[in-house]
Design a protein around this ligand. Structure first.
Ligand SMILES: NC(=O)c1ccc[n+]([C@@H]2O[C@H](COP(=O)([O-])OP(=O)(O)OC[C@H]3O[C@@H](n4cnc5c(N)ncnc54)[C@H](O)[C@@H]3O)[C@@H](O)[C@H]2O)c1
Length: 242
């Protein structure tokens, strides 16, 4: 069976899409004929040059700003077909020394930001009786990691959140799935994994993927071919150097 992803006339909202996995997805979605609306705290001037990618500077922990941006996007394009919630931060701190503001900031961006994004798109998907939402988890949600407790906790919470949301909106024909992207070479990955240590171990064993490696699984989850909801998809060990 030969299939290809066709997004003509459809609109994707991607948070954290100025770079990394989100940017690769925005590009692929636009190339497939859809419009990608990117929400990020960072600018992405090169990405914004694409005629079907629009970039908005929004902090997704700011609920009002997220709602306003989604509402403007719906006014302009008339619909939101998909949400990929990728924006996240991963500072490194020991549990004992962590500044309470840092703990709150990680949850505000990684968890609250996803909740606000879902709340903002849901009314539009509900009225269309159609929609696909993908939330990013992380292997750390299951395995944890020293100096990453806030990030790991936020990602663990997202797995439970996505499953609960999937149950709630199934009757509206909206699918909600979670992706574990694996080890991907992005700015966040490099900041969280300085050279040497685990990074070197992954390089020698499973290999480190690129943002483009996650695009196929994401497009699949957004496509009609993916009939599942409340699922987790693990894109891991794309190639082995062993
Ligand atoms: N790269 C990996 O190996 C890996 C592994 C597991 C999970 N993930 C998850 O994949 C997703 C994409 O990450 P990535 O690796 O492409 O990272 P990335 O750092 O390249 O991209 C994250 C983006 O989020 C944006 N962002 C941060 N705070 C924001 C805020 N408050 N509001 C709006 N945007 C904000 C950043 O500016 C950045 O553009 C994240 O949820 C990450 O946790 C990545």
């Amino acid at each position: 069976m030969k299939t290809s992803f066709d997004a003509h006339g459809e609109v994707l909202l991607v948070t954290g899409g100025a770079q990394g996995i989100g940017a690769a997805l925005a590009r692929a979605y636009a190339e497939a004929g859809g419009t990608a609306v990117v929400l990020d705290v960072a600018d992405a001037p090169e990405l914004a040059q694409h005629p079907r990618i629009e970039c908005h500077r929004v902090d997704i922990s700011d609920r009002d700003a997220v709602f306003e941006t989604v509402s403007r996007a719906v006014n302009r394009h008339g619909r939101i077909d998909a949400l990929v919630a990728g924006a996240a931060i991963q500072p490194r701190s020991n549990v004992a020394d962590m500044d309470p503001d840092e703990w709150r900031r990680v949850l505000a961006v990684n968890l609250d930001g996803v909740v606000w994004s879902c709340q903002a798109v849901l009314p539009h998907m509900r009225s269309a009786r159609s929609g696909a939402i993908v939330v990013f988890a992380s292997g750390l949600a299951l395995h944890g990691r020293a100096q990453a407790s806030a990030y790991a906790a936020s990602k663990g919470a997202l797995v439970a959140y996505a499953k609960s949301l999937a149950s709630e909106v199934a009757e509206d024909r909206i699918r909600v799935n979670t992706i574990f992207p694996g080890v991907i070479d992005t700015a966040q990955f490099r900041d969280a994994n300085p050279a040497g240590g685990e990074r070197e171990h992954w390089q020698k064993t499973t290999g480190i993927g690129t943002s483009e490696d996650v695009v196929g699984p994401l497009l699949y989850l957004l496509s009609d071919a993916a009939t599942m909801t409340g699922s987790t998809l693990t894109r891991d060990r794309a190639f082995s150097k062993e």
